[in-house]
Design a protein around this ligand. Structure first.
Ligand code: FMN
Length: 336
């Protein structure tokens, strides 16, 4: 291991991608239960929102989530530095800068993926963020391979080198281009072709950097394949829609007993009840649980009962048990 690596390698092997509207604190607490060794990422929060907005909500985080990274959006070094400092003070273990989001809103604000065309601005931002946080909190970048029709390896590596020279030692590579014209953000996660070989080549040519591969990873075999060439695999949609995949990966890579879906879910009960007691509605937590039985017997019924019942007044843990009762016997074998 390179002693200069900013993140302990074991903490980087498996991570769950930052996903707006999805990876909120409830979701992350659930994912932590399934995958004790995964690195978790918040939704992207704009630096301005961190500075001026409702921090209690935007930076909500439960201590069980560690290690957890705050992802920031923005392109003004001073604002990003302030937001990074606030994030570190809130206890986040890493501050990640979004250089991969292609939405129109983001382009208008000149951040996200269009920053790939402004390596020096990203480097200045990273340098300012590093200066603002303790040395124990790494500042990292999540980016694409390029934007639009950039297919020039030297340009991509030039971006990485410029940002690395400012002190960023870890890059999450969403291994496709972002097309800034004509594609929705959703299409931008599906249509530009994946080119994992660029992420692998980056790791080969820059072994002192930590490189995490992201994009389209859907099975344990695919995730394992990336570990042969890079420092980690980051899963987004597959982890969200089939969260048990996270558990299987965690057990395969870090050891421990494979626990049933039902047992894992019941582990969430104290958290859910504490949140309900604080006035949080069950629907805000239950929506992240819907995929737990994806592809399993009773999976559809589980999903339906939870999604139809969780928004009703007074919905509580009993609803989760009702949904669980509709799943296959293996899931329920460990009933309390
Ligand atoms: C609903 C949704 C929201 C997302 N929000 C963010 C975000 O806030 N920041 C970010 O860097 N990427 C965001 N992404 C992109 C993911 O982090 C990831 O790069 C992408 O989905 C590809 O990985 P996957 O194929 O494993 O899902 C989002 C993706 C989805 C599906």
């Amino acid at each position: 291991m390179n002693p200069a690596f900013p993140i302990p390698p074991a903490q980087l092997r498996l991570s769950v991608a930052p996903m707006m509207d999805w990876t909120d604190t409830h979701c992350r607490v659930f994912h932590r239960l399934l995958a004790p060794h995964a690195r978790l990422y918040t939704e992207m929060v704009h630096a301005n929102a961190v500075i001026h907005g409702d921090r209690g909500r935007l930076l909500a985080m439960d201590p069980v989530e560690h290690p957890v990274a705050l992802q920031l959006g923005g392109s003004e070094p001073e604002l990003l530095a302030q937001a990074a400092r606030i994030g570190a003070e809130h206890g986040f273990d890493e501050i990640n800068l979004n250089c991969g989001c292609p939405s129109d809103r983001v382009q208008a604000g000149r951040f996200g993926a269009c920053l790939m065309r402004e390596p020096q601005l990203v480097a200045d931002s990273v340098a300012a963020m590093i200066a603002a946080v303790p040395a124990s909190v790494p500042v990292t970048v999540k980016c694409r391979l390029g934007v639009d029709d950039d297919h020039d390896w030297d340009r991509f590596r030039g971006f990485i080198d410029t940002v690395a020279a400012a002190g960023c030692g870890m890059f999450v590579i969403h291994a496709r281009n972002a097309w800034l014209q004509g594609l929705s953000p959703k299409e931008n996660r599906e249509i530009p072709p994946l080119r994992y070989d660029w992420a692998y080549r980056l790791k080969r040519e820059r072994p002192d950097l930590q490189v995490v591969v992201n994009g389209g990873i859907a099975t344990p075999e695919e995730a394992a394949q990336h570990l042969r060439h890079a420092d980690g695999a980051m899963l987004g949609r597959a982890a969200y829609h089939d969260p048990y995949l996270l558990h299987r990966l965690d057990v395969a890579w870090f050891g421990g007993e494979l626990r049933s879906r039902g047992e894992l879910l019941r582990g969430l009960r104290p958290y859910v009840e504490a949140q309900l007691a604080r006035g949080v509605y069950l629907k805000h937590i239950a929506r992240h649980l819907l995929g737990l039985f994806a592809g399993e017997r009773g999976g559809r019924a589980f999903r339906q009962v939870l999604s139809e019942g969780a928004h009703k007044p007074g919905a509580d843990w009993a609803l989760v048990e009702r949904a669980l009762a509709l799943t296959g016997p293996d899931a329920r074998a460990d009933a309390a």
